[in-house]
Ligand binder design. Structure first.
Ligand SMILES: C[S@@+](CC[C@H](N)C(=O)[O-])C[C@H]1O[C@@H](n2cnc3c(N)ncnc32)[C@H](O)[C@@H]1O
Length: 116
């Protein structure tokens, strides 16, 4: 394990409302979807994992681990990581319509050009 993606666990509808609030305040929203019902909101109380960028050729992998008392997002190494190398994982975001697409700058040879 490299790091846990920590934050407040919210119902998906609540997370959507929070995201709009953050946008209205010009604040970046740091969120990780656990499943269709729950989202981890790391915007106010998250771990540094929230700053990890997406890559189409990542050195880490993010996994939802289910425990008796809930879920955790664990980020683990997908291969050997050299000292000083930036951590990254594949966000695996659902593709969206053109106007909301975010261009990917990961620089990987196999870059998919968009992160969503
Ligand atoms: C969880 S944040 C990652 C940390 C962010 N770079 C920061 O400084 O706060 C996710 C956002 O970072 C940007 N981002 C992450 N990976 C990217 C990539 N490969 N190419 C372009 N933008 C990226 C996008 O704006 C994305 O919505």
């Amino acid at each position: 394990m490299v790091i846990e993606y920590m934050g407040d666990i919210l119902r998906a509808e609540v997370a959507m409302g929070k995201e709009l609030q953050y946008k209205a305040k010009n604040r970046p929203a740091y969120m990780f979807r656990i499943d269709s019902e729950r989202v981890i909101d790391a915007t106010r109380s998250g771990s540094p994992a929230r700053y990890i960028n997406h890559s189409c050729s990542p050195n880490c992998v993010a996994e939802v681990v289910t425990f008796e008392r809930g879920h955790k997002i664990i980020i683990s190494a997908a291969r050997r990581i050299d000292r000083g190398e930036e951590l990254c994982y594949d966000y695996k975001l659902t593709p969206v319509a053109d106007q909301s697409k975010i261009p990917c700058h990961c620089g990987a040879a196999n870059c998919r050009k968009w992160i969503n």
